[in-house]
Design a protein around this ligand. Structure first.
Ligand code: G3P
Ligand code: CA
Length: 383
């Protein structure tokens, strides 16, 4: 028995003697409130999936095929793809609609930027696949505002512009994962996000239809297939559910990603201007019921799952989480990262974060840049 389990057992015995019940697994934090599907909190956890966020991106450049192969070897359940479209209608696996955070596009194509919010940005949608394939891809970087020199926000991750990486198409990535499934006998799934459908629509492109067509071509058609389709844009996800899946004779699992309105993740036109889509309704009464009409699950930002009451050490489940459970929605929060600066304020450290998410809140899965550490945590718990 490991130390954590010992603490759990002692806590449960003491609490049982006091006739107040054993409310949680963490020895540090109390989580109050009902749990998944009306279970009490100390019931066994049936299955929790580990999703490699942009691949094993804590170890190799995000969305590189190497990061995907590492994740596959780690034995994750799903590997994530963020997808954007090129000028010539290819689907490429990139987190941003921009190329300039993860490639040398600024150096190779200095005059091909657009001004966005007074900043020069290089959009994938302005480049052909051949042009994008000519770029070096790297771990994501930022620019020092004074010197314009590149630096990594994660200095202990893979160094910038070392070795050789290229942007991949969605097809190339699916073929890699399916090929590795074939050669290893594993059955690792894909978890595809269409990025900024509103931006693609403005350029005359239907990214959701194009992505679903590729999924169908590669055999991802039904809810029993190992695929999730995720999107931050609720109107687009409704369109997928109500129109596109029917049109393409598909029925795959859909996940509504939830953002803070202030992130400008989804933009809509209002009075001829682009304004941020307002996510407030999802947090209000009836919000999750509405989502459950078109989606199978939600992908919330981790802090959206907890709320604090007046006692500082006492965490309570958020209404959003309770309501998602009440409406039988899967809950897959993002993004678990080991770096101290990335641990949300409600957790003391990485391990405590996993205890809260996986043991106490019993989420159905997590996105992680360090999926090996999440797998270790789950395996240790089950030993
Ligand atoms: O799709 C889940 C998670 O990846 C959402 O955040 O910005 O990393 O795509 P982002
Ligand atoms: Ca994503």
């Amino acid at each position: 028995m490991n130390l954590n389990k010992f603490y759990q057992l002692v806590s449960c015995i003491i609490l049982a003697i006091l006739s107040v019940g054993c409310a949680g697994i963490s020895n540090q934090t109390t989580i109050a409130g009902p749990t998944a599907k009306g279970e009490t909190m100390n019931q066994p956890i049936e299955s929790q999936i580990v999703i490699a966020h942009r691949g094993a991106s804590g170890y190799a450049p995000e969305h590189s095929l190497v990061a995907k192969a590492i994740a596959h070897t780690m034995g994750v359940d799903f590997i994530e793809q963020d997808v954007v479209m090129t000028k010539d209608n290819h689907l490429v696996v990139l987190h941003d609609p921009f190329l300039d955070r993860v490639t040398n596009v600024m150096e190779l194509f200095p005059k091909r930027s657009r001004k966005i919010n007074d900043e020069a940005r290089w959009l994938a949608i302005d480049f052909t696949l051949a042009e994008i394939k000519s770029l070096d891809m790297t771990e994501g970087f930022k620019l020092d505002p004074k010197t314009q020199s590149k630096f990594s926000p994660y200095p202990l991750r893979f160094p910038l512009f070392k070795s050789s990486f290229r942007v991949s198409t969605l097809q190339e990535e699916i073929e890699l994962i399916q090929g590795l499934n074939h050669s290893t006998g594993k059955d690792i799934g894909i978890y595809v996000e269409v990025k900024a459908p509103w931006l693609h629509r403005r350029e005359g492109k239907d990214i959701s239809k194009a992505t679903l067509s590729v999924l169908k071509k590669y055999g991802y058609e039904n809810k029993s297939d190992k695929v999730f389709f995720q999107c931050f844009d609720p109107e687009e996800l409704k369109r997928v559910k109500q129109d596109l899946l029917t049109e393409l004779s598909m029925d795959i699992k859909l996940v509504q990603l939830i953002a803070e309105t202030s992130w400008n993740e989804t933009m809509i036109e209002s009075d001829g201007q682009l304004v941020p889509y307002n996510y407030d309704w999802m947090f209000e009464a009836g919000g999750m019921k509405e989502v459950s009409k078109y989606a199978d699950g939600i992908g919330p930002w981790m802090p959206m799952l907890v709320s604090r009451d007046s006692a500082p050490a006492r965490l309570t489940e958020s209404k959003l989480l309770q309501s998602a459970r009440d409406n039988s929605l899967l809950v897959h929060p993002y993004t678990v990262r080991k770096e101290a600066a990335q641990i949300p304020p409600f957790a003391k450290d990485f391990n405590h974060l996993l205890e809260i998410l996986l043991n106490d809140l019993k989420v159905d899965g997590v996105f992680s840049d360090h999926p090996d550490l999440v797998l270790d945590f789950i395996n240790d718990r089950e030993r």
